[in-house]
Design a binder for this molecule. Sequence first.
Ligand SMILES: [Fe+2]
Length: 183
Amino acid sequence: MRVDLFTTIHKAIRADLFDLAREAARCDLRSTEDVDALVAHVERTVGYLEEHAHHEDNHILGAVRTVAPELAASLAQDHRALDVVAIEVERAAHALATAGAAERPAAGAQLARLVNHLVAVQLVHMNREETEVNDALWGSLGDPELAEIRGRILGGIPAERMVEWRALMAPALSPVERAAVIG
Ligand SMILES: [Fe+2]
C-alpha cells in the first residue's frame, strides 16, 4: 500500500456530505430548531470543505504541478468551481434561515437541491484525486516524500481543530484505519 494523501480524509468528507444531504431532505421546515440545525450543519460542512481544499492547494498542488502541470491546473480549476457551488449553498442556507414561514418550503427545497449538487460535484472531484492525482504522485514521488507532505498538512492544523477533524473521521473509517489514524 502506497502513502495515500486523499482516501482517508475523503471518507470523512463524504460521510459528512451524505449526512448533510439526508438532513436537508428530512428537515422539518416548520421547526425553527430543525432549520437552525440544518443551517449550522451547512456552515460546518462548508468550513471543512474550504479547509480541506486549502490543505490541498497549499501542500499537494505544488507537488502535482512538478510532475503533471496540466493535471495541477485542471485541479486548481476544479477547486475554484467547487468554491462557487459552496457559496451558492451558503447563500441558500442564509435565505432559508431568514425566510418567513410561508417562504420556508421553497427555500428549504432550493437548499436541498443545491446541497445535492454540491455532493455530486464533490464526489466526482474526490474520485478524480484518488485515481488520477494519486497515479501521478505515485508514479513520480516516493512514499517518504508523500509522508512528508502529509506531515506538513497535519502539522499545520491547530490541536483543537484536529479534535474536530478526528471526530468527523472516526465514524467514517474502517476499524483498521481508525486504529491507525486515531489510535
Ligand atoms: Fe480537492
